[in-house]
Structures are given as C-alpha cells and as structure tokens.
Design a protein around this ligand. Sequence first.
Ligand code: HEM
Length: 137
Amino acid sequence: MEELTPVRQSYGRCALKPDFIDYFYDEFLKSHPAIAPMFINTDFKIQKELLQTGIGMLLAYLEGKPAGKMTIDRIAVSHNKTHMNIDPNFYQYWIDSLIKAVKHCDSRYTPDLERSWQKVLRAGVDCIASQHDVPTS
Ligand code: HEM
C-alpha cells in the first residue's frame, strides 16, 4: 500500500511530540458518550504506552511484518465479543480521534496525508473489527 510510507513518516513526527497520545485520548474519550466510562479504571500512564506500541504494530502489520500481525491478532482477541466486546462501530471514533491528534501534532499535515492516514487506519482496524465475532477462549 503506497500510503504506508508517508503515514510512517508522519507517525514518526507525531511520536516525537509529547502531547500526541494525550491529545488522542482527550478527543477519543469525548467522541462518544459510551467511550469514557469504558476507561474509568484505566491506568493511563500504562495505557498510553500500550497504545503507542499498538499503533506501531498496526503499521508493521500492514507493512507485512509477522510481529505486527501477531500483535494485531492479539489485540483483536482482547477487544472481541468474548472479551472486552468493543462494538465494531466504535472503531471509526478511534480513527477520527487519531487523525485529529495527527492534525494537531504534524506540522507537515495536508489533506492528502489525511486521506493516506484514513486508508491505512481503516485497513488495520478492519483486521481487528472483522474478528469481533470469531469465537476465542
Ligand atoms: C485499532 C484500534 C485499537 C487499538 C490498536 C487498540 C489497542 C489497545 C491496546 C494495545 C490495549 C491494551 C490491552 C491489550 O493489549 O489488549 C487496549 C485496551 C483497551 N481498549 Fe483498545 N484499541 C483500539 C480500539 C479500541 C476502541 C475502538 C475501544 C472502545 C471504544 C477500545 C477500548 C479499550 C479498552 C476499554 C481497553 C482496556 C483499558 C484498560 O485496561 O483499562 N479500544 N487497546
């Protein structure tokens, strides 16, 4: 996927900004009334690190790296119907919030880059959301 290179570079610029993940969670938690209550007992210091790794692994998965696929499949299990049961409709809020954080943090942000982020995140999220109903132990 040709969009991966500009998105990887943009993510590199965002990851250098100390408020990137904070900005994402501020946006994500207020994006839908059902979302903030899910994180009521969450230790955000840990969660922010896990998410940062998760985004890196999502890109690695789309780049064809086995460690990326393994991590994304594990996240798909923790979020599936048998575990946290995250409604697949919520993933669009996740994508929109992440793109707002990119827009806030990446000084080289353009509408073209936004389209690339949309396409890349959609492909990663589809892998997770498509496993929602797969039975797991
Ligand atoms: C592609 C999108 C997403 C990624 C990459 C992601 C990644 C993660 C990761 C890495 C964790 C830590 C636990 C684990 O490793 O399984 C986690 C926990 C969690 N995620 Fe997600 N997530 C995504 C989307 C969502 C969405 C859309 C929701 C809800 C609307 C959500 C709700 C949660 C909750 C409630 C936790 C548990 C927090 C806690 O431990 O208190 N996630 N997520």
